[in-house]
Write a protein that binds this ligand. Structure first.
Ligand SMILES: [Fe+2]
Ligand SMILES: [Fe+2]
Length: 203
């Protein structure tokens, strides 16, 4: 598609509210996940991702300011994102209180993957809007997207790799830890798929 499309401004604002709420919830998800983690490599990853998530909040607030939008506006979609984030934190708390640390670590990795799936989608969509938009909107969104794109790829693909390998380890099967996605510094969906297929060679 070479032709520029007409962006639905209301839906773009909705995407930005949800994106900010995802980053706010993400901070809480990482704080709780770090209370559950045992694997030291994963702990190091999540500590870095927590810091990056805080930076993403700042970048998004900056986007709101530059676009002349109020970042505190609530919407049903934003409410739902908030609710899901809170549920993820509660789920980890329950797992930690009643299942012990090893079980809680698996739950935490699942919760981070769920939170990061939404985070990754938001930024993927912001990237598409930046491509299709014109003028200031295009410039502002593109510069934010360029800054965080690689980090969101790491957050999702690397944590998903850890989740799979921690589960395999818990099942008593051979596991590759840190996962191939981490070792191969995967940055794309294709790379993640290749890393997963190459895991046998790393065992
Ligand atoms: Fe993020
Ligand atoms: Fe993220």
């Amino acid at each position: 598609m070479s032709q520029k499309s007409e962006i639905n401004d209301t839906q773009l604002r909705e995407l930005l509210y949800q994106a900010l709420e995802t980053e706010l919830g993400g901070e809480q998800v990482y704080k709780q996940a770090l209370k559950c983690v045992i694997n030291e490599d994963l702990q190091e990853e999540w500590e870095a991702y927590l810091e990056e998530t805080r930076t993403h909040q700042k970048i998004l607030r900056n986007v709101f300011e530059k676009l002349g939008l109020d970042s505190t506006v609530q919407s049903t979609g934003r409410d739902v994102v908030h609710h899901i984030g809170k549920s993820l934190v509660d789920s980890m708390r329950i797992a930690l209180e009643s299942g012990g640390r090893a079980a809680a670590e698996l739950v935490a990795a699942e919760c981070v993957v769920l939170a990061e799936t939404k985070d990754h989608l938001n930024w993927e969509l912001i990237g598409h809007v930046a491509e299709a938009a014109r003028g200031d909107t295009a410039r502002i969104l593109k510069s934010a997207h360029d800054e965080i794109e690689d980090q969101e790829d790491h957050h999702l693909y690397h944590t998903r790799g850890f989740l799979r390998e921690l589960w395999l380890d818990a099942l008593g099967l051979p596991a590759v830890l840190p996962p191939p996605e981490e070792v191969k510094n995967v940055k794309t969906a294709i790379g993640a798929s290749r890393a997963e297929h190459a895991r046998e060679q790393l065992m």
